[in-house]
Design a protein around this ligand. Structure first.
Ligand code: SF4
Length: 224
């Protein structure tokens, strides 16, 4: 049986989705398909499988992530939506021909994440995403619901989950883990910008290692 803390979060999720539906709002979710994304994806599959789940396909993901994404989408029967940047990869190089992730990662994230997400947001009213307070100092200050761009509402159902709750939920439902997690990748983003880390408590420490960058812009430039 799930702990009372997790049961309360499950009930909260169900209640909010029913409320949005009762208001006639168009809902979508986004996910980067990591191990810690799985409880939210499973909840969607239990409550309303018709909610589209957007995967921002930057073209720079690990092959393992793409395989895992497809495995999870099939297992849970998700309405997966692969979304790509409208800007071609040829146009994503600097004057020396280098990809922007090496020279201007903020702009690379803008072109491959923020820009395509803006287009998605124009079509929906509610954006469900899995940010958690314990992931970064920026996310710590987030609210359960907050205004997003283009008159959308951001809903953060995982905000108060911690890694123990995620582990409990995933284990209870026997949900598969991202294959790279066992190799020390506790937060898996694009391959050029992800390193494995030795400290699981500092999961996002492997993202943009050696740079000041800690966020891709989805949860800063697009509200929060
Ligand atoms: S995480 Fe790295 S490769 Fe991916 S969009 Fe951002 S800068 Fe580009």
């Amino acid at each position: 049986m799930l702990s009372p803390a997790v049961q309360a979060q499950v009930a909260l999720f169900e209640e909010r989705i029913q409320y949005y539906r009762s208001q006639g709002l168009k809902i979508f979710a986004s996910s980067s398909f990591q191990s810690h994304s799985i409880p939210m994806l499973h909840l969607i599959s239990q409550v309303d499988k018709s909610i589209p789940v957007v995967f921002l396909n930057t073209g720079f993901h690990f092959p393992e992530t793409l395989v895992y994404r497809d495995q999870i989408a099939e297992l849970l029967g998700l309405a997966l939506l692969n979304v790509k940047s409208p800007v071609s990869k040829l146009a994503q190089r600097d004057s020396d021909g280098r990809f922007l992730y090496a020279t201007d990662p903020d702009h690379c994230c803008y072109l491959n994440k923020t820009l395509p997400m803006e287009e998605v947001l124009l079509e929906y009213n509610v954006w469900i995403n899995g940010v958690r307070r314990d992931q970064s100092s920026v996310r710590k200050g987030f609210a359960l619901e907050s205004p997003g761009p283009h008159n959308t509402l951001r809903f953060h159902p995982m905000l108060d989950w911690d890694s123990r709750m995620i582990w409990e939920y995933s284990r209870f439902y026997e949900l598969p883990q991202h294959p790279l997690e066992a190799l020390g990748y506790f937060s898996v983003g694009c391959a050029p910008c992800t390193r494995c880390v030795t400290d699981a408590q500092d999961g996002r420490g492997g993202r943009w290692a050696g740079m000041k960058k800690t966020e891709c812009g989805l949860h800063t430039e697009l509200g929060g």
